[in-house]
Design a protein around this ligand. Sequence first.
Ligand code: ZN
Length: 342
Amino acid sequence: MTAHGRMTHGKAARTWLATTLAFSVAFSVACGGGAAAGSPTPTGPTPPPGPTPPPADVPTAPFVVGREYTDANGWVQYTAGDAPVVLIAPHGGLLTPASLPDRSCSGCVTANDTNTQALARAIADTFTARTGRRPHLVVNLLHRRKFDANRDLPEASGGNTTQLRATWEWLHAAVDTAKADVVRRAGRGLVLDLHGHAHTIARLELGYLLTATQLRLSDAELAASGAFGATSIARLVGDARGAPGGAELLRGPTSLGGLLQARGVPSVPSPAAPAPLVGEDYFNGGFNTQRHGSRLGGPLDAIQIESHFTGIRDTNESRGRFAARLTDALLELLATRYGWQP
Ligand SMILES: [Zn+2]
């Protein structure tokens, strides 16, 4: 563990909190959240609630690239970066402090996404070694039975908002801080929310907030439905660099799924698997993808990556190999769609 900056109140952070903590939408279930195959189409975003007061301890600039910052309890960690990528690892925490009761909410998922914290760190380090530029990294260090960092506050905390409100706010403030840094340095960028699934088919499930039912529409039907504007990459779809159109960005050869498929990592959606078939499980994106992508506006897009276990996150070797392939795919995506090169 490198230096831990203790963070105090900051005007900039307060502003970020005031503007961004206001958004809170949730229709997520299970691991990474989002509907399984055949679930109802999500409707528009819930109107934002009133402003939330900032926690006593939030991440505040200036940050040193590569330095780790933690909240007052040591439950959430932010590693500052300088690349236009923000990685979130919400379900790979290992801490189970006795001072924090287990979440007891009805229907809450409490199982971790095994090794996803290590996966996120491998991706950050591999990207940095390759480019000399570091992705921002936000890690929930708490085990999911204590805190779920991909839910709205009531479910994230299991109702224990007294102990966990500041944790939840700190985590999202850290992501907001990272996003602001991306905007400052590069203008545009991408948030990746990293999860692990236990579904039958060994492939990545990339979540853009479209349901499996929506993805089963043809490209033309999907375009006609207006669904691209409600994805977590809505900004990219509307961007000049998104000229190929929403379907290409979502599942064409130059989409993240297409770029990964070309590097030997099967994914849905992608050219080989444009949509989950009827009956196939699929996570389409949860709270973080909604909140931190461009569905509600904002300059950063978001994609939820739900990974299978074997060959991706089971061993150190798997994680390193996948991190290299993902880095390679991301570099092409960032160059072609976001106009960024290291
Ligand atoms: Zn998850």
